[in-house]
Design a protein around this ligand. Structure first.
Ligand code: ATP
Ligand code: MG
Length: 374
C-alpha cells in the first residue's frame, strides 16, 4: 500500500442548502480543531457541486447559489483559508477522469449493497416500484455511482484522514476497496484513507428537530448555522420532545427526545453552572425529567441558551464575510487552483501506473524502434 508521506485531510459537503448544526457537530467543528492542531500538512475541503447535481440535475440555480452559502458557513465556523484549502469539485477535471477509471474496479452488485445509497434512494422517492435490483432502475446513473466519484475525490488528494458523519462509513469502505484493488492491479499509487468519527456518538448522526433519524437538508428538519436568534427560538420551541409528557408532573422520556439529544451533543458542565445551576450536569437534569416535575419549556430555554453560545461567534464572523463576497470568491478561486495542481499530479501518477501515459513515455517509442531493428 502506498504510504502517505504526509498527513492530509479531505472532506466536504454538497452545496444543496445552508449547513446545519448536524454538519457542525458531525464534521465542521472537528475540521476547525484539526486545522488549528497544526498536525496536518494539508487540509482540503471540497464543495461537492458535481455530486449535488447527481440528484439535482434539474435545479442548477440551487447548486450555484449554495456554493456561496456553504463557503460563508465554512468561514463563519472558523475555517481559515490560510490553513485550509477550500475548492470546488466541478473545477477539478482530474476527479471525473479518476472516477471513470475506478468504475472498472467496482461491480454493480457492490454499488447496490451500499446502505447509505439505499436509504437515500428511498428518501428521494426514486423508488420506481419495480421489484428488481433494490428498485435502482429509476435513479440517475450519476447518483448510483457517486460512491465511486467520492473515492476519486478522496484519493485524488492522497488524503489519509477523512473527518465525516457516520452516514459516510459505507463510502469510506467502498473507497478503501478501490484503493486496494487499484494498487494490487497497477502498483502502489493510492493512499488508504482512515475515517475520523466524532467520539460523541450523538454527534456522528444528529437527528432532526422532528426527532427523525438524521438532520438533513433534504428533510427540512434542521437548525441552520445561519439561523438568527429569532429563527432559533422558533425552532427550539417547536421541537419534538416526548408526546406522552403532557403535564409537568408526568414522567418524561429522554430517548428519542430531540431536546435531550441536542443537549447531549452540545451542553457541558459549565453551561449548567452558568444557566441552570440547580443541576450539576446533564445526568441530573435527565433524572429529574424522567422522574417527573421538569417541564419542556424550561428544558428548551436552557437548550436555546446553549445553542446561542455556540452560534454567536459563528454569527459574528458571518456578519463580516457576508459584507466581503468578492473576497470569498477569491478564496474559492485560489483554493481551487491549488487543488487543481494536486489532483492533476495524482491523475498523472494513476495514468502512468495504468500505462495510459503514451505521450509522457519515451520508452514506448524506443521499444518499437528497437523491435523494428532501427
Ligand atoms: P443532503 O441531504 O443534500 O445529502 P446532508 O445534510 O446529508 O445533505 P451532506 O452534504 O450530504 O449533508 O453531508 C456533509 C457532511 O456532513 C458529511 O460528512 C456527513 O456525514 C455530515 N452530516 C450530514 N448530516 C449530518 C448529521 N445529521 N449529523 C452528523 N453529521 C452529518
Ligand atoms: Mg447527504
Amino acid at each position: 500500500m502506498a504510504e502517505s508521506r504526509k498527513n492530509i485531510i479531505l472532506t466536504g459537503d454538497r452545496p444543496t442548502g445552508r449547513l446545519h448544526i448536524g454538519h457542525y457537530v458531525g464534521s465542521i467543528k472537528r475540521r476547525v480543531a484539526l486545522q488549528n492542531s497544526g498536525e496536518f500538512d494539508d487540509i482540503f475541503i471540497l464543495i461537492a457541486d458535481a455530486q449535488a447535481l447527481t440528484d439535482n440535475a434539474g435545479n442548477p440555480q440551487k447548486i450555484r447559489d449554495n456554493i456561496v452559502n456553504v463557503a460563508l458557513d465554512y468561514l463563519s465556523c472558523g475555517l481559515d483559508p490560510k490553513k485550509t484549502t477550500i475548492c470546488i469539485q466541478s473545477e477539478l477535471p482530474a476527479l471525473p477522469e479518476l472516477a471513470f477509471y475506478y468504475m472498472n474496479l467496482v461491480t454493480t452488485a457492490r454499488l447496490e449493497r451500499n446502505p447509505t445509497v439505499k436509504s437515500e434512494i428511498k428518501m428521494r422517492g426514486y423508488d420506481d416500484g419495480s421489484d428488481t435490483n433494490n428498485n435502482t432502475q429509476g435513479i440517475p446513473v450519476g447518483f448510483y455511482t457517486y460512491p465511486i466519484s467520492q473515492a476519486a475525490d478522496i484519493t485524488a488528494f492522497k488524503a489519509n484522514c477523512v473527518p465525516v458523519g457516520d452516514d459516510q462509513l459505507p463510502m469510506l469502505e467502498q473507497c478503501k476497496e478501490i484503493v486496494h484493488k487499484f494498487n494490487q492491479t497497477y502498483g502502489d499509487v493510492l493512499v488508504d484513507p482512515k475515517i475520523l468519527l466524532n467520539e460523541n456518538e450523538t454527534c456522528r448522526r444528529l437527528p432532526g428537530t422532528d426527532g427523525k433519524a438524521k438532520m438533513s437538508k433534504s428533510l427540512g428538519n434542521c437548525i441552520y448555522l445561519s439561523d438568527t436568534k429569532e429563527d432559533l427560538h422558533k425552532r427550539v420551541m417547536s421541537m419534538y420532545t416526548d408526546p406522552d409528557h403532557i403535564n409537568i408532573q408526568d414522567p418524561g422520556k429522554v430517548e428519542g427526545n430531540a431536546v435531550f439529544t441536542y443537549l447531549t451533543a452540545f451542553a457541558n458542565d459549565e453551561h449548567f453552572a452558568k444557566y441552570l445551576p440547580e443541576y450539576k450536569n446533564l445526568d441530573e437534569m435527565k433524572e429529574h425529567y424522567q422522574r417527573g416535575g421538569l417541564g419542556d419549556v424550561k428544558c428548551k430555554k436552557f437548550l436555546e441558551k446553549v445553542l446561542n453560545e455556540e452560534l454567536d461567534p459563528i454569527r459574528e464572523r458571518r456578519a463580516y464575510w457576508s459584507q466581503h463576497i468578492p473576497e470569498v470568491y477569491e478564496i474559492l478561486r485560489n483554493g481551487t487552483e491549488k487543488a487543481r495542481l494536486v489532483t492533476d499530479e495524482t491523475l498523472r501518477e494513476v495514468k502512468s501506473a495504468m500505462m495510459i501515459n503514451y505521450f509522457d513515455d519515451d520508452a514506448l517509442i524506443s521499444d518499437w524502434t528497437e523491435q523494428a531493428g532501427n
